[in-house]
Design a protein around this ligand. Sequence first.
Ligand code: GLC
Length: 427
Amino acid sequence: MIRSKGAQILYLFLFSILVLQGCNRETPPVENDQVTIVFKHGKLAGDPEAFETLIEKFEERNPDIKVKGEVLPSLSDEQHQFYVINLEGKSSDFDVFAMDVIWVPEFARAGWLRDVSNILPTDKRAAFFKAPIEAAVFQGKIYAAPWYIDAGVLYYRKDLLEKYGFTPPGTWEDLVYIASEITRREPGLYGFIWQGKQYEGLVCNALEYMHSHGGDILKDGRIVFDSIDNRQALEFMEDLIYKYRVTPELVTTAVEETTRHIFGTGKAIFMRNWPYAWNIFERDGSIVKGKVGVSLLPSFPGYQSSPTLGGWHLGINKYSDHPKEAERFIEFMTSYEAQKTLSLTVGYKPTRRKLYRDSDLIRAQPFTAKLYDAFEQAIPRPITPYYMMISQILQPEFSAIISRIRKPQEALESGSKQIEFILQLED
Ligand code: GLC
């Protein structure tokens, strides 16, 4: 019960503050017409703090825009599923999003992306590596801006190779030999680890053996999957585990981060992975700091190293209510300056070629300059709106090979028939 007049006035005063605050929340004052854009991207393995600082820098320079970052799981397949469900449902819950290089034609064809020629008119495209630009063009228009580039590389224990008098292997056979020799003398170490779980990463790995043996999935739009080159390459992949025994069976369930953890705790001699892992190995306190070398992936004799082209693009959701602000954010995130910061901190490698001659970057990360060749040489997965369908055929086939459920030849025949069916869908 309220006793005094003074107390009544005080209650009234407090009540009006609460009401006014409530009103304020619903209708922001006119001078503060700030727009919030939502940026969706996969979980970072590197340094999330530096990433946030970068976003803050954008907000300082663009006081009318606020960016809300939203994180999805790190696996590409899981993110793909999220976008397909949400964009089918015409969701406007996010404005800018990171897309795996392999999805752009599929999403563009579905009508889920805005054309980003404003950010990337033809004359500005030459500043980027050619392959990621080509992957972002659909029916003559560009639908995403290359944000960072990936290519499979070989990580090796510099200290161990030196100790036993080896240099990094040029051929897959050399790799098997070195791994066997060192593990014989250093029991307890794994020879060579890579990503073999049934997912997109396994397709990237398998393609590296196939391409570095002269094989492929498609050639000039025709299917060339069931070939001797592919058979020999896939037999080798299986042999790594069961014949040469340089690869432990655990790779059949491993993704990038599984192998990065094993290698990072000093338990393996060689690892195939993307470039992001290097920054993590070189952090203070890392067991392998200063002991890791990176080189081009080996090939079969007479063929070239054939890393799979990976990487992520930034695109604008067609249903976004803030496309102009989204454009400004993408322009910033793919700028020279932002890509340099991302390379130095998070470990994402620039899609802008000039950065590979940037003196600060090269001084801090000499290995980045070496990656240039891997990126130039990287081989894209088939650029088609139906890529994910092809991948979903290949994933269980490759997985069956390395789990010894199917012989490579059977997998090639079965995969070939199914891909043929998908190709009939092409318009
Ligand atoms: C990396 C690559 C991407 C690839 C994925 C597979 O994120 O950048 O292109 O599809 O790994 O796991």
